[in-house]
Write a protein that binds this ligand. Structure first.
Ligand code: PRP
Length: 179
């Protein structure tokens, strides 16, 4: 039923599976013996983080945050409004943030700054999608599933008006859906 609203598949189920295998292999090598906290940024992270963590062969703990970024007060810096905070300490811990997409990079910049301020040993990012053409700040995720052009995509965690997150692939919506 949801397929009918999709103009074009951008990252297919098979491609997502390949990405998950590649990233999980890399992460399993890099985090061997480290027991990081994998922090998911709600809500978009859920399908990706859930599928990825099942392929990670090292000890980890899991936490979630729900944040929205905005330009803060006089400084004009990017800041985050924390809707739901992590319920665990990151002090002296390795942190791996899981994201569905990095676009402007504002959300992550602010979250990384916050977690480092709280004493995280290091903070790295794994994202399914990277949209570097949208970048407004200097940020490069350490682990990238696939780079996409500056197009509006939905599915596999990404929403339009709260919907389509449950699509099992990433696609372009038909223009008539949002016009
Ligand atoms: C999306 C996405 C990232 C952020 C990326 O979240 O999940 O967190 O935007 O954009 P940026 O790089 O320009 O900051 P959103 O705020 O839409 O919330 P959601 O995950 O609940 O959909």
């Amino acid at each position: 039923m949801l397929d009918r609203d999709i103009e074009k598949v951008v990252v297919s189920k098979d491609e997502i599976e390949d990405i998950l295998l590649r990233l999980s292999k890399e992460l399993t090598e890099d985090y061997a013996g480290k027991t990081p906290i994998m922090v998911g940024l709600l809500k978009g992270c859920i399908p990706f983080m859930s599928d990825l963590m099942k392929k990670l062969d090292f000890h980890l703990e899991v936490g979630y945050m729900d944040v929205s970024s905005y330009y803060g007060g006089l400084s004009g810096d990017v800041d985050v409004k924390i809707e739901t905070d992590l319920n665990m300490s990151v002090k002296d811990r390795h942190v791996l943030i899981a994201e569905d997409i990095v676009d402007s990079g504002r959300t992550l910049t602010a979250v990384i700054r916050l977690l480092k301020h709280r004493g995280a040993k290091d903070v790295k990012v794994v994202t399914l999608l990277d949209k570097p053409e949208g970048r407004k700040v200097d940020l490069k995720p350490e682990y990238i599933g696939v780079t996409i052009p500056k197009v509006f995509v939905v599915g596999y965690g990404l929403d339009y008006d709260g919907r389509y997150r449950n699509l099992p692939y990433v696609g372009l919506l038909k223009p008539e859906i949002y016009s």
